[in-house]
Design a protein around this ligand. Structure first.
Ligand SMILES: Cc1ncc(COP(=O)(O)O)c(C=O)c1O
Length: 354
């Protein structure tokens, strides 16, 4: 690994858990590595980050995170190639997006070197936790929340920035059937949908459970105003293939600027696939399903990279997608994961060696 800034204090655990972990049977995000990065904001500035043993956080019951939900996060992955080099994928984009989220939630923005050097220090200490098995990776969860106290509905004066990591196996969602949402919304114009704010996800749980109760696995979010425009698939961006054109909605106040989404757009264009970034209506998708021009729908995000959709429900009717031998979904997923894991040339400069 390349050198990191020297002034990050590192306190190592005396009791590593690594031998208790079955690296051949890793579930997503449920086993946590030995260490975490912690950085506190107090007295008006971010204090030096530290690597500490993974441990509980002690907070006052009046901490503002519990009352006003000032909380943001990121999701990214580290990969090990066959030579045990460690790679990240577009990590500066995660850093920038964390600060976009911070600004919207009135959380103080982080300096770039605290994020990047802190992350590199953590990965160096826990490098044995980065799985080597094909398809596996170390899921990285940076987050920031209000740790300052008080019942005043105002921004806190203290915050914690923490990074935890979780070795994770290949993510297969299986046959995903989705319900196009007609009533609930995950975000609204002028709201926080473009930020990775914790509350966005809390607001999704109830409508998602209603969809699960009806036999679907996920919700397709539509715009809050008319419910006529397709926006996101659960906590993923969405792509729709009509004939040979790949369509995704433009990012907005309501749609997260996904790193997988923008990588797919660039990659697909480079591969000669016709890509349209434009609003797409539910009626257009239903019509395409009826006339046979709807070929594929898939979600795109860091965890699954690409998650194909097998069918969707809308207004009490169900629509099946065709089972194609060759899909844009599997082609693009392979191209992206090959770049991420250093199996293919990276002409875009997305891969980042740690
Ligand atoms: C709401 C939402 N949309 C899209 C994405 C996909 O973003 P990315 O590709 O950066 O993981 C995520 C996950 O981060 C998300 O939470």
């Amino acid at each position: 690994m390349n050198s990191i800034i020297n002034d990050i204090e590192i306190i190592k655990t005396k009791t590593s858990k690594i031998n208790e972990v079955d690296f051949d049977n890793l579930k997503f995000g449920s086993v946590f590595s030995d260490h975490m990065l912690e950085c506190n904001f107090k007295d008006g500035k971010w204090q030096a980050p530290k690597v500490l043993p993974y441990q509980p956080i002690v907070l006052d019951p009046s901490a503002k995170i519990f009352h006003y939900g000032q909380s943001i996060f990121e999701g990214m992955k580290a990969y090990k190639d066959v030579d045990e080099n460690v790679w990240l994928f577009r990590p500066l984009d995660n850093f920038k997006r964390l600060n976009i989220s911070a600004k919207r939630l009135a959380i103080p923005e982080l300096p770039e070197n605290y994020f990047m050097d802190g992350l590199k220090a953590l990965l160096e200490v826990d490098q044995e936790w980065i799985p080597k098995k094909d398809g596996s990776s170390l899921y990285i969860r940076p987050f920031v929340f209000a740790s300052g106290n008080g019942f005043h509905a105002s921004p806190a004066d203290e915050y914690k920035f923490i990074i935890c990591t979780a070795p994770s196996g290949a993510y297969f969602a299986g046959e995903v059937r989705v319900l196009i949402e007609e009533k609930y919304s995950r975000s609204a114009n002028g709201g926080v949908g473009f930020a990775k704010a914790g509350g966005n996800y809390a607001g999704q749980f109830y409508p998602t459970q209603l969809a699960i109760d009806k036999g679907y696995q996920q919700v397709i979010w539509t715009d809050d105003n008319t419910h006529e425009y397709i926006e996101e698939a659960g906590a993923m961006n969405i792509f729709i293939r009509i004939n040979d054109t790949l369509i995704t909605g433009p990012t907005s106040d309501r749609i997260l600027d996904g790193i997988t989404r923008k990588s797919i757009i660039e990659l697909a264009k480079k591969e000669g696939i016709n890509v349209e970034v434009r609003k797409i209506t539910v009626s257009e998708v239903v019509e395409a399903a009826k006339n046979g021009s709807l070929k594929e729908m898939f979600g795109a995000g860091t965890a699954a990279v690409i998650s194909p959709i097998a069918g969707f429900g809308y207004k009490d009717a169900d629509y099946e997608l065709p089972k194609l031998d060759e899909t844009y979904a599997s082609f693009l997923k392979k191209r992206i994961t090959d770049i991420q894991t250093n199996k293919a040339e990276d002409i875009f400069g997305w891969r980042y060696q740690v």
